[in-house]
Every structure is written in structure tokens, then in C-alpha cells.
Ligand binder design. Structure first.
Ligand code: ADP
Ligand code: MG
Length: 635
């Protein structure tokens, strides 16, 4: 189970409504400063703090920021809900009073699970199992790092599968649909506004249809004009079913779209939050199954092969009924981390006492060595890799390592090795998550018999996703090579070694090195060698070389050629040959990565897309399990 960071707090009630919170506070005596914490229904990962003062109730919402901290609007950020509450128990800092007495949950009041909470575990498991073909521990590891991306995908696209969502439909067509059949007040639908890509809400009131634009602010939150803001469209709609927030009336019956084959029951007029949650859970679960299915279908779209719908137990779902949708694929959701607990990782300063170091050496370099170890945290022990600086290497190397740490600290992506912190003790130590299967080139070289070309495509697709993320964040890696791609396991790759990496300025698109250093020339694009100019496009060149290494199972690029010979070879227009086991499409992509002029070279957005399409087309071709599932069992 992924755990709510507030789950351990005895005054946390989970997803209860405002009036339920007030009921608990009443029962507990209404003392001044009596408080409880509950889940926020509006923002993913947020909370509400409910406090009694002078026999009145006050409710403060706590938002989870994108950087993982929590704050009450206008207040200071805190690293977790517990820390926030502790702070306000000492200092009211703008609240009506300090938090004096926790309103404790009684043993017979379990934490009320949120709509999304109770579903996401299963969804993620199912998804990772199906799409990544992982089981057991490998699956658990993948889930940990995929969860933030997938949760965002599931939450932000859930509306597309709701019975009230009609997709790209104009104002007139929206009206036509609402006027057909019964016309009760509050009957509504949500549609994509054709021109602008924004959403509109159309609803019936007094036999007339009203249209409202759904606003989206810069941070992506949705609201009615001047209304409450929500992370997702479906949360907004659920809220508008309870509160009009500026509309003529609350939302009532959904005007069903063509896809809603199973008629979903509309909510009775008076229901408790408990009912709403149960209803919502059912509805959303149904919708999430749609999402999963459509993900599979989109993958099948690439080569027209549609496997029998065995993947998800949603037999009643019509396979062909998925509307033309925006391109949202599982990994397109960078930079969103609604449930990630920053207390688990991101300890920039690690105490020596929290760290156990093994004698086992994972690798070594000029700087010193990388050792296996264990990091003790509040929530358990984590296997780590520790880059230990040799003690005789002073100042300069130390600064280099600090720079590497600074870069890694800013990165958060499943396909990039995560830094957990720095520990300054007998040596300076950089603590990272462990990628125990080691460097890609070595792994492939010693597992030639068991690793298929498709497996390599999957791994290289992951590398391209990690690189696309770097490109978006304006970082250049400058040392992308198979030796610096580490494997968690045979199906899961992460980019590492940020020793040469640079963060580009906002307006720059390349980094200019003043002097040439100890450079991996065989991985470098011509403009790096000639003009010392490094950009994401030169990382694309290195990606091509890395692909070549991978498809040659850890072979050495440009055989025995020396650096200057390689340069002449490239300048003359020659390129390395296609490795024996390499699919033609992948070799084509490699050659595109080796486009001489960086202006004409594809960027990672393009490279990732090519990798994705090819990867998905393969994984559909080789999975005819449907046949077996359909077969009659032996008698
Ligand atoms: P260098 O800058 O010397 O190339 P790297 O960061 O690439 O340093 O680390 C050197 C070696 O240490 C890697 O090739 C790998 O074998 C091992 N190593 C580094 N980081 C990790 C990690 N997070 N998990 C497992 N092994 C690692
Ligand atoms: Mg390295």
C-alpha cells in the first residue's frame, strides 16, 4: 500500500466532509484550539485543517505544492502534514488560534479512504503488470517509481471516460443533446470547446440550456469563474454536484454520452458523503477500467492489430467505443508528483549514523569508488549506492561532486537515478538509489542469450523518456553512454552519472565549454568536438551511440579507431554499421541521431516518440496470449 503521509496521525480522519468534521469536533467538546485533519476533496494530495475557536469552526485548506511541500495559503511551506501541524501548535501564524488539542479518532472510526486512494493501488499494479510484464519484486520497484506519473495520468484523464463527458462537441450540438429526452434542472454535460482546447459545462435550468466556460489557470487548475479551483475536471464536477459555486443550480443528472452503454444511476437528491463516495468509487472504478483498456487500444492502434480484450476484466465495455482523444500516453506526464512523500527521499543532508556501508564495491573512477549500502529512514531501510570521494582528492574534486549533487537534486524522473542526499563524514559521500543490475553495456554483454532485441527496445525507450525529461528541464547530460545507463533489473533502466552535466540558462540552448577536458569523444557530436558546444541535440547524438552499444550487446563503438580517426570518419560522412541483432527501424533512428547538423537532428521529443511507437508496435505483435485465454480448458 502506498501510505498517506498523514496516515499515522491520530487526528487524521481521511476523506470526510466538512459537516462530518464539525460533528467530530462537537462530540469532542468544542474546546478552544481543538483540531483535526482531513483529506481535501479538491486538490490531489492536499488536506484541510478544521479548528474550533470561540465555539466556531474554522477550516483551512492545505495544498500540496509541486515541489512536495505543504502549506496553508499564504503560510510557510512544511515538508509534511505532521510538521505543519506541529508548527501551528506553537505559532498561530495567521490562523484563528494555535492548535491546542488534537481531536483524536476513536478506535471505531477508521480513516475514511479517498475516492482515488482506494483505487489507485490496484490500477497501478494492474497497469505495471500488463504493460511492463513485471512480477514480484521487480513489479514493486517499478510501481514505486511509476506511481507519480501514472497517478497523474489516471486522475487527469478520468473525465474522458465519464458518462457526462461528450468530447469535442460544439455549443449547438451540446444543446441538442441536452434538449433530447427529459429536461430536469441540473441535467448537464461537459464538452471540449472546439476552437480553444478548453472545456465547457452545459446545463439545463428552467427548460433552457446555459453554457459555462471552465477556466484553467496557469498551474493547470480548473474552476468556474471565481469559483473553487480543482486539480481535475472530475473533481470539479463532483463538487458542483454538491455546491452551485455560481451556477444556476447544482449539477444533477448526467446527460449521457453515446459511450455510456451501461446507464449509470443518477444520485438521489439527498445523500450522505459516504454514499457519494461509494457511488463515486464505483463510477470511477468503471471509468478507470476504460482508461486502461483505451491505453491498450491506443497501443494497438500503431499496427492495427487488436488483441482480444482479455487484459482488463471489463467484458461489457465496447472495444470500438473509444473516442478520438488527445495523445496522452503513460509517460507523458512529467513533473507531477501528487503522492510522492518527500520525507522518504530528498534528505539533502544525511547523517552518518543513518548510513550503513558495505565493503562491496559497485564501481570506481577517478573520484573514488561507489559502494553498496543501506540508508535507514523513518519508514524503513533503502538499498543505496554511495559514491565515496577519495580522501586525498581535495577541494577541486569535492566541488565537482557538489555540482553533480546539485544537478541530481533537481531531477525527479523514474528513468533517472535518484539522489537521496549527501553525507559529509569521513569522506564526502553522494547517496543514490540503487540500480543493482549495473551498467547496461556490462549487463548485455554477460546476458546475450536471455535478452531479446525487444527487451533492448523497451530499455532504450525508457532511456529516451529520461532524456526527454532532461531536455524539457533544460539540462544537458554530456556523458550519455551505455556505461552510464544503469539497470534496476532486466526491464528497468535509469540514466546516471551527472558528473559532466550542466543546467542551461533559461534563454540558452547550448553550453559552451571553455577548454576541452577528458571527453568521451566517440560519444560526442561534431559540434561538441569542433566548437565545444553542448546541447540536448548533442545528447541526441550520444543517444544514437548508446543505442548502437545496446543493440550490439555492449560492443565498443568504432572498434579500434582512436579519437581523431573517428572525427575524420564522421566528417567523411561515414557512420557505424547496423549491429547484427538490430531491427532496421532502430538503425534508421540511430542514423537520424547522427545527423551532422544539429539543427536538422531530431530532438528527444521526437526520438522518444519514435521509440515509443516502435516499442508499442512490437509489444502488440508478440503478445498473442488472447488465443490461449479464449481456448477451452482441457477436460
Ligand atoms: P564515473 O563518473 O566515474 O563514471 P559513475 O557515476 O558512472 O562514475 O559510477 C561508476 C560506477 O559505479 C558505475 O559504472 C556503476 O557500476 C556504479 N554505480 C554508480 N552509481 C550506481 C547506482 N546508483 N547503483 C548501482 N551502481 C552504481
Ligand atoms: Mg560513469
Amino acid at each position: 500500500m502506498s501510505i498517506d503521509p498523514a496516515a499515522e496521525l491520530p487526528f487524521f480522519y481521511g476523506s470526510i466532509s466538512r459537516s462530518e468534521a464539525e460533528q467530530h469536533l462537537k462530540l469532542a467538546g468544542m474546546a478552544d484550539g481543538l483540531f483535526l485533519l482531513r483529506q481535501c476533496l479538491r486538490s490531489l494530495g492536499g488536506y484541510v485543517l478544521s479548528i474550533v475557536s470561540n465555539l466556531e469552526f474554522h477550516h483551512y485548506s492545505i495544498e500540496k505544492q509541486l515541489n512536495g511541500t505543504y502549506c496553508i495559503t499564504g503560510g510557510k511551506p512544511h515538508c509534511g502534514p505532521a510538521e505543519l501541524c506541529e508548527f501551528y501548535s506553537k505559532d498561530s501564524d495567521g490562523l484563528v488560534c494555535t492548535l491546542k488539542k488534537p481531536c483524536l479518532r476513536s478506535p471505531d472510526t477508521p480513516i475514511q479512504p479517498g475516492v482515488f486512494d482506494s483505487l489507485r493501488e490496484n490500477m497501478l499494479r494492474e497497469y505495471v503488470k500488463q504493460t511492463w510484464n513485471l512480477e514480484g519484486e521487480a513489479m514493486e520497484q517499478a510501481i514505486i517509481s511509476q506511481a507519480p506519473q501514472l497517478e497523474k495520468l489516471i486522475a487527469t484523464t478520468a473525465h474522458e471516460k465519464m458518462p457526462w463527458y461528450h468530447g469535442k462537441v460544439g455549443r449547438n450540438e451540446g444543446e441538442r443533446r441536452l434538449y433530447s429526452g427529459a429536461q430536469p434542472d441540473g441535467k448537464f454535460l461537459v464538452r471540449d470547446r472546439e476552437e480553444s482546447g478548453t472545456f465547457a459545462l452545459s446545463m439545463m435550468y428552467g427548460k433552457t440550456v446555459y453554457h459555462y466556460q471552465i477556466l484553467q489557470d496557469k498551474s493547470g487548475k480548473y474552476s468556474m469563474p471565481e469559483g473553487t479551483k480543482f486539480d481535475t475536471i472530475w473533481q470539479l464536477v463532483e463538487y458542483l454536484k454538491m455546491k452551485p459555486d455560481g451556477l444556476m443550480t447544482v449539477l444533477g443528472e448526467a446527460c449521457l454520452n453515446g459511450r455510456a452503454v451501461e446507464k449509470t444511476p443518477s444520485l438521489p437528491a439527498t445523500v450522505s458523503t459516504g454514499h457519494i463516495l461509494t457511488f463515486l468509487s464505483q463510477q470511477i472504478f468503471h471509468c478507470l477500467r476504460f482508461i486502461l483498456l483505451s491505453l491498450f487500444q491506443r497501443r494497438t492502434g500503431a499496427n492495427g492489430y487488436t488483441p482480444p480484450p482479455r487484459a482488463v476484466p471489463a467484458a461489457s465495455t465496447p472495444v470500438a467505443a473509444v473516442p478520438a482523444e488527445r495523445e496522452v500516453l503513460p509517460m507523458d506526464c512529467s513533473g507531477f508528483n501528487p503522492y510522492h512523500n518527500p520525507n522518504d527521499v530528498r534528505r539533502f543532508n544525511i547523517q552518518r549514523s543513518q548510513l550503513l556501508m558495505d565493503e562491496v564495491e559497485l564501481g570506481s573512477g577517478n573520484f573514488g569508488s561507489v559502494k553498496k549500502g543501506v540508508l535507514k529512514t523513518d519508514s524503513g531501510q533503502i538499498d543505496v549506492a554511495i559514491k565515496v570521494l577519495k580522501s586525498e582528492n581535495e577541494k577541486l574534486v569535492k566541488e565537482e561532486m557538489m555540482r553533480e549533487a546539485e544537478i541530481m537534486h533537481q531531477l525527479s524522473n523514474p528513468f533517472i537515478v535518484r539522489m537521496l542526499g549527501l553525507c559529509n563524514a569521513e569522506n564526502l559521500m553522494l547517496v543514490m538509489e540503487m540500480a543493482s543490475a549495473g551498467p547496461l553495456n556490462k549487463f548485455l554483454n554477460s546476458n546475450k542469450d536471455t535478452v531479446t532485441a525487444e527487451n533492448i527496445v523497451n530499455l532504450m525507450h525508457q532511456v529516451s523518456m529520461g532524456m526527454k525529461y532532461l531536455e524539457e528541464k533544460n539540462f544537458v547530460h554530456r556523458d550519455l553512454a551505455a556505461r552510464n545507463v544503469l539497470l534496476v533489473n532486466q526491464q528497468f533502466a535509469k540514466i546516471s552519472d551527472f558528473g559532466l552535466s550542466k543546467a542551461l540558462g533559461e534563454d540558452d540552448n547550448y553550453y559552451k565549454a571553455r577548454t576541452a577536458g577528458k571527453w568521451p569523444l566517440k560519444w560526442y557530436a561534431p559540434e561538441c568536438i569542433i566548437f565545444h558546444k553542448f546541447s540536448s541535440k548533442s545528447d541526441v547524438w550520444s543517444f544514437g551511440i548508446t543505442m548502437w552499444e545496446a543493440f550490439s550487446y555492449g560492443g565498443k563503438p568504432y572498434k579500434k579507431m582512436k579519437g581523431p580517426e573517428v572525427i575524420r570518419f564522421i566528417e567523411s560522412g561515414s557512420r557505424m554499421d547496423c549491429p547484427a541483432a538490430c531491427p532496421e527501424r532502430m538503425y534508421e533512428l540511430m542514423k537520424e541521431c547522427w545527423t551532422y547538423k544539429h539543427e536538422e537532428r531530431p530532438d528527444f521529443k521526437k526520438v522518444e516518440e519514435s521509440m515509443r511507437f516502435y516499442h508499442y508496435s512490437l509489444s502488440n505483435k508478440v503478445k498473442p496470449e488472447g488465443a490461449a485465454a479464449d481456448a477451452e480448458p482441457d477436460k
